[in-house]
Design a protein around this ligand. Structure first.
Ligand code: CTP
Ligand code: MG
Length: 231
């Protein structure tokens, strides 16, 4: 079984407002990018990592990567305007012997080794698996006038994260269809759902946050501190 990983890092981090890609900000003394890439590139069941970056960051990523011990497992490719474009570029750069692919946001540095092991095992049975957690809040569907139209039952609502894992040929087909039909999904699973293929949930953890706004850096430091204490 040959498993590849696409890590998308080609955003600009507008909501963080750091003046450069948020992935260079540090948590526990190490960049968010380094935390995430290290987690996958040092995993024994991951054969290769394609890191998708923007032209703006490319030179800095090359300089950083040249200094890390796991650099041989990582290749770089350029992303696009939308996350979906970046994922598609990453899929195209994976080597042909890949059977399965995990797609992951570089902005989620708290995924654990155990979770990666679990999703790799599950995708071999189910072919399309996404990490998710039950939502804690009550979610309302609201119309443009600000009026609540519906309140879906909370038991049926899950907040989806990454990694998301797929048989590579299935995800490539889903992306090809989306490109041809010019449709846009907010995650990979949506594109696979549009093929009519069942997508399974794998219960993840509330710690697997996406670093998006400045508050998340504080949460992130706290998550790291607690993990250090537990070790
Ligand atoms: N991403 C990407 N290519 C894009 C847009 C996003 O590879 N064109 C990546 C980001 O680098 C990030 C992940 O997708 O790792 C999730 O996106 P998000 O958290 O929205 O990051 P940004 O798009 O960088 O942030 P913002 O939306 O605030 O600008
Ligand atoms: Mg974004």
């Amino acid at each position: 079984m040959y498993t590849g990983v696409v890590i998308v890092a080609a955003g600009s981090g507008k909501r963080m407002g750091a003046g450069r890609n948020k992935l260079w900000l540090t948590i526990d003394g190490k960049s968010i990018l380094a935390h995430t890439v290290e987690r996958f590139a040092t995993h024994p069941e991951v054969e290769e990592v394609v890191l998708v970056v923007s032209e703006k960051d490319e030179a800095d990523v090359i300089a950083w990567l040249s200094k890390v011990p796991y650099r041989k497992k990582v290749s770089l490719t350029l992303g696009g305007a939308e996350r979906q474009d970046s994922v598609r570029a990453g899929l195209a750069a994976l080597s042909e012997q890949c059977d399965y692919v995990l797609v992951h946001d570089a902005a989620r540095p708290f995924v654990t080794k155990q979770q990666i092991t679990e999703i790799i095992a599950k995708v071999q049975e189910d072919e399309a698996v996404v990490m998710a957690v039950p939502v804690k809040d009550t979610i309302k569907v609201v119309n443009r006038s600000g009026i609540v139209e519906a309140t879906p039952a909370r038991e049926s609502l899950w907040a989806v994260q990454t990694p998301q894992a797929f048989r590579l040929s299935l995800l490539r087909e889903a992306h090809q269809k989306a490109l041809l039909e010019q449709i846009h999904g907010t995650d990979c699973a949506t594109l696979v759902e549009w093929l009519g293929f069942p997508v399974k949930i794998l219960a993840g953890s509330y710690e697997n946050i996406k670093i998006t706004t400045p508050d998340d850096i504080w949460f992130g430091e706290e998550i790291m501190r607690r993990r250090r204490e537990r070790e």
